[in-house]
Design a binder for this molecule. Structure first.
Ligand SMILES: *[C@@H]1O[C@H](CO)[C@@H](O)[C@H](O)[C@H]1NC(C)=O
Length: 130
């Protein structure tokens, strides 16, 4: 019995170590603060922020903002609704904590403040995940 437990422990450690060596996806995942020092705010140039970044599935976006209800984040997968800022109809998720961690999935996801008027004013984020 004791020997069995010992073997399981060794196998567990072996998996953990090879995971580190092979850079399992989770170890490799990056975390991005949206907008960098400007955070998730109308002052951030989100188009510029995404330039040169290569997002992967499993990467994490962190939306940081004061508890301004107007900044609550809607995630949308429908481009048409996103372009219209019709987030009520299109949202697949709403984030409202002010320190929201969003794990990226393959494909294109769009983010914008859930409530008007920031979306209409151009505060929009398009994330392409290969
Ligand atoms: C944001 O950045 C893009 C690309 O660098 C630029 O073309 C655009 O004019 C900027 N927008 C604002 C509002 O500064």
């Amino acid at each position: 019995m004791a020997v069995g437990m010992h073997k399981i422990l060794v196998i567990g450690i072996g998996i953990f170590v090879s995971c580190l060596l092979l850079q399992c996806e989770q170890v490799d995942a990056k975390e991005y603060i949206v907008g960098d020092e400007k955070r998730w705010s109308p002052d951030a140039n989100l188009t510029q922020w995404t330039e040169g970044k290569k997002f992967k599935a499993g990467d994490v976006l962190v939306f940081k903002y004061s508890k301004d209800p107007f900044l609550m984040v809607a995630a949308v997968r429908d481009k048409y609704l996103f372009e219209k800022c019709d987030l009520y109809a299109g949202a697949i998720n709403i984030y409202r904590s002010g320190n929201d961690h969003v794990v990226l999935e393959k494909g294109t996801t769009y983010f914008a403040p859930y409530l008007t008027p920031y979306c209409e004013n151009g505060m929009k984020l398009t994330i392409d995940v290969e």
